[in-house]
Design a protein around this ligand. Structure first.
Ligand SMILES: [Zn+2]
Length: 222
């Protein structure tokens, strides 16, 4: 049975590069792939833009209310007519911007059509809350894989802090496109809490002091 894969990571973890590499791997074996992305991402319009400088046009974009299953089948039919071969894989960039219903369609495509779906996206927004599409992917994807990137301090980055004019901001709309309205910096948990003043998606809370000398984080996890 084909699977739905969610490959997630913080900003700048190389998701688009990994997607384009996966597409290349299929095509190197003579197989057909379809590339899709949501319309909401205005960064590259119809392009998947990798930070390494590789760009590639998507085969179709998906509007907020589009029936992804129907659009995919239409595009798949065009491939079969043109090439006489079926689609081997559907690759989705910026999958966090798909609606939960559209993510459900990706699962249907994998299971009912037997075509693997590789969805790449960001797990959480700048306030550390899941994007609706990412939450649904975390719920139903057969396979979860984290693409890693490094915080400014050297730890693994897990959150996406938003900056405007070089200053961190922790209030605002969930969606603001990187490089257009704002910029983002991938941070580890400690750097995020330091910058947000101990705020997370549920609000603010001060660190709770321990009544005795702490043993340090290495004591339990060495
Ligand atoms: Zn850090």
């Amino acid at each position: 049975m084909a699977k739905l894969y969610f490959r997630y990571g913080a900003m700048n973890s190389g998701k688009s590069t990994a997607l384009l590499q996966a597409a290349y791997n299929y095509e190197e074996r003579g197989q057909k792939v379809l590339l899709a992305k949501p319309l909401i991402d205005t960064k590259g319009e119809q392009l998947i833009v990798s930070r390494l400088g590789v760009t590639r046009a998507v085969d179709f974009t998906v509007g907020a209310n589009d029936d992804v299953y129907a659009v995919f089948q239409r595009e798949r039919e065009a491939v079969i007519r043109a090439d006489g071969a079926d689609v081997a894989c559907l690759l989705v960039d910026e999958a966090q911007f798909f609606s939960p219903q559209q993510i459900d369609d990706l699962l249907r495509i994998a299971i009912r059509e037997g075509i693997p779906v590789l969805a790449y996206g960001i797990r959480t927004d700048f306030q550390t809350a899941a994007f609706p599409g990412s939450r649904r992917l975390l719920e139903i994807a057969h396979s979860l894989e984290e693409l890693k990137t490094i915080c400014r301090c050297g730890r693994k980055a897990v959150f996406n802090a938003r900056t405007i004019d070089g200053k961190f901001v922790f209030d605002g709309d969930q969606v603001a496109i990187d490089g257009v309205d704002v910029t983002y910096e991938a941070l580890c948990g400690l750097c995020y809490l330091d910058e947000s003043g101990d705020s997370l998606a549920s609000g603010w809370k001060a660190p709770v002091a321990l009544g005795i000398e702490p043993m340090g984080p290495d004591a339990d996890f060495a």
